[in-house]
Design a protein around this ligand. Structure first.
Ligand SMILES: [Zn+2]
Length: 379
């Protein structure tokens, strides 16, 4: 009995994208799915009720941040992360590895784990595969991630090879340390950067360990988009088709559609919430920087084609005013709209897969968003 199962519903005849459902101890979610990121046990500025309202059925939270603040022992004492933050949907936690590698410049990678300094206090800390799993067992997330190394782009073939091999040894240690396989599913993470032979080696190592799901890591770390798409095309067929496939850290609208076309089921990214707090919105007609002066007297909604409660009730002029004045409510409105926009996009992607027309959908969506234009912005 595994905690996480994948139900395949249909493959798009036009593109090969997969329509499915992932079942977890805290409900099911339809795939391809986008997961909003709630780093510190909150999707910044959103209440769990608002997330439910926009049909988010799974969110992501960050092990590293919760380990430091408030501490996983406090969350365990509260009855686990779901209870602590009053969220009864599914939760995925990462392993903390990515933050250790990206936030801390003082780190020492050893076979036993990584020694580094707390990015807040400078205190010396140590994270290992066993520790990352123990913390996630305390948090009680539905989907946990194995502790891996995510080398920056570009990395040499030699370095990447030794890193991939260590990540495989760490994955095995994570499985051994996992104490709650009956109600928490542990996913393995395929690394290998831009090297096909190493992606293959990593996938084979991890598939032989029989995880309930697999992530593709080490993409969207600064490499050109065509490398990402090529690596996805190469790697997804190496993952057993009865297991969910998760592309980590990807959330621009074009990459979500391109990832789905290459057989990805799950995505997460801070992009929609981070740019929202900057006054930038995703709309069906492309990126809209609502703080710009030209919207001062614009009394139309953020996106005329969006039916979210923000677009039904508030104007660009009002939201611009709030954002310019650093009013919290302004950031709540832009965050709500951006998340709704991506969740709705995934719903449209799923409908297009069910009707075998995701290729046509992509063409129309990219054209209207402006991804086909020269010098198109990434999001
Ligand atoms: Zn909207």
């Amino acid at each position: 009995m595994t905690a996480i199962t994948y139900e395949h519903i249909k493959t798009c005849k036009q593109t090969g994208a997969r329509l499915g459902k992932v079942h977890t101890p805290h409900g099911s979610f339809d795939t391809p799915a986008f997961m909003p990121v709630g780093t510190l046990a909150t999707v910044k500025t959103m209440s769990p009720e608002e997330l439910k309202d926009m049909n988010a059925n799974i969110i992501l939270s960050n092990t590293y941040h919760l380990w430091l603040r408030p501490g996983h022992d406090i969350i365990e004492e509260a009855g686990g992360l779901h209870q602590f933050m009053n969220w009864d949907g599914a939760i995925l936690t990462d392993s903390g590895g990515f933050q250790v590698f990206s936030l801390s410049d003082m780190r020492d990678i050893k076979e036993e784990g990584v020694h580094f300094r707390n990015h807040l206090s400078g205190e010396k800390l140590f994270l290992s595969p066993e520790k990352a799993v123990t913390i996630q067992n305390s948090l009680g997330s539905d989907i946990m991630m194995a502790f891996d190394e995510c080398p920056p782009y570009p990395a040499s073939h030699d370095y990447m090879k030794s890193s991939v091999e260590r990540t495989s040894r760490w994955a095995e240690r994570c499985l051994k340390a996992h104490e709650r396989p009956f109600d928490q599913g542990l996913f393995g993470i395929i690394q290998g950067g831009e090297y096909e032979d190493l992606r293959k080696q990593s996938a084979e190592d991890l598939v032989s360990l029989d995880f309930p799901g697999y992530a593709i890591g080490g993409l969207s770390v600064g490499e050109p988009k065509d490398i990402m798409n090529r690596m996805l095309e190469f790697t997804t067929p190496l993952i057993p088709s009865d297991k969910p496939r998760y592309l980590m850290g990807v959330g621009s609208p074009d990459s979500l559609v391109d990832g789905a076309i290459r057989g990805i089921d799950m995505f997460d990214c801070v992009l929609p919430t981070r740019i929202a707090r900057n006054g930038t919105c995703m709309t069906s007609n492309g990126r809209l920087v609502v703080r710009n002066a030209k919207y001062a007297r614009d009394f139309s909604p953020l996106d005329e084609n969006c039916d979210c409660h923000v677009c039904r009730n508030y104007t660009r002029a009002y939201i611009r005013h709030l954002v310019k004045c650093n009013e919290t409510f302004g950031f709540r409105l832009t965050t709500y709209h951006n998340l709704y926009f991506l969740l709705k996009l995934m719903e449209q992607v799923r409908t297009a897969i069910s009707e075998d027309r995701l290729g046509d959908f992509k063409e129309a969506f990219f054209e209207q968003y402006g991804f086909n234009k020269e010098n198109a912005k990434n999001f």
